[in-house]
Ligand binder design. Structure first.
Ligand SMILES: [Zn+2]
Length: 246
């Protein structure tokens, strides 16, 4: 089951170019976005949430892509059923094709820049709302993740609902991707930290962290009633477990 590799190109793909990056959106992406958005009963809200999910994940991938570009590595973006992928382009060196090897520090910077882009956007929106006379209060997601609640001086307008959802999805998506579960961004960071202290067994330890953390998130999601997330993390934990045994 190749759930988390880029899906094959189909004629239903949406293709466009943004800031010089080629973007491909698989039809499966819309299906999963609809699955998450369909918790709402209001058709307008469902549509808004799908757009918010699309923009948030695109922003996340652009964070990776721009950081790679700053390291002189161009990339392509794919949005699919597993979220988003930023795929570095191969480039030719005379007769051979190679990818630019990144240093561990660069690799970590690329990994955190996806969530970083989302968090920066949240910060920016918070400042804008505050500046325009809205109120900003701080709530804590799961009791410890700071979560700004923005009350826009817009009443219940569509823009207000849109921005509120955009802030929520950006925080959620950033935190989610920083979990140390292979192949999420957090796992890349974890691997470089563990390999720094233990070059021989660092990778193996990273996979064990991934197995345990993935299983915990799967279990929590099941309790929480989020079946797709439970399935996703259950599968990732299983994949890491298979890799650690090899
Ligand atoms: Zn990412």
């Amino acid at each position: 089951m190749q759930l988390f590799q880029a899906p094959p190109i189909t004629r239903f793909d949406l293709n466009f170019s943004l800031f010089g990056f080629q973007v491909r959106v698989s039809p499966f992406f819309w299906l999963i976005a609809l699955l998450f958005a369909s918790g709402s009963r209001n058709l307008l809200h469902i549509l808004l949430l799908i757009i918010v999910i699309f923009l948030s994940i695109l922003l996340h991938e652009l964070g990776h892509a721009f950081t790679l570009r700053s390291m002189e590595q161009e990339s392509q973006i794919v949005l699919y059923q597993g979220g988003g992928l930023t795929i570095p382009e191969e480039r030719s060196w005379g007769y051979s094709v190679a990818r630019v090897g990144l240093s561990p520090a660069q690799d970590v910077l690329v990994a955190v820049s996806g969530a970083g882009a989302g968090f920066l956007m949240v910060l920016l929106l918070t400042i804008i709302v505050y500046f325009f006379g809205g109120t900003v209060s701080m709530a804590f997601l799961f009791g410890f993740i700071p979560f700004p609640q923005l009350f826009f001086p817009l009443g219940g307008s569509i823009l207000s609902i849109f921005l509120g959802a955009f802030v929520s999805v950006n925080i959620f998506w950033g935190v989610f991707n920083l979990l140390p579960v292979n192949p999420l961004d957090g796992s890349t960071v974890m691997r470089h930290i563990l390999q720094h202290f233990d070059p021989v067994n660092g990778y193996r330890k990273t996979l064990w962290v991934s197995v345990i953390c993935g299983a915990l998130v799967a279990f929590a999601s099941l309790v929480w009633g989020q079946l797709y997330i439970a399935f996703l993390f259950g599968y990732l934990a299983f994949q890491s477990f298979q890799a650690v045994r090899r």
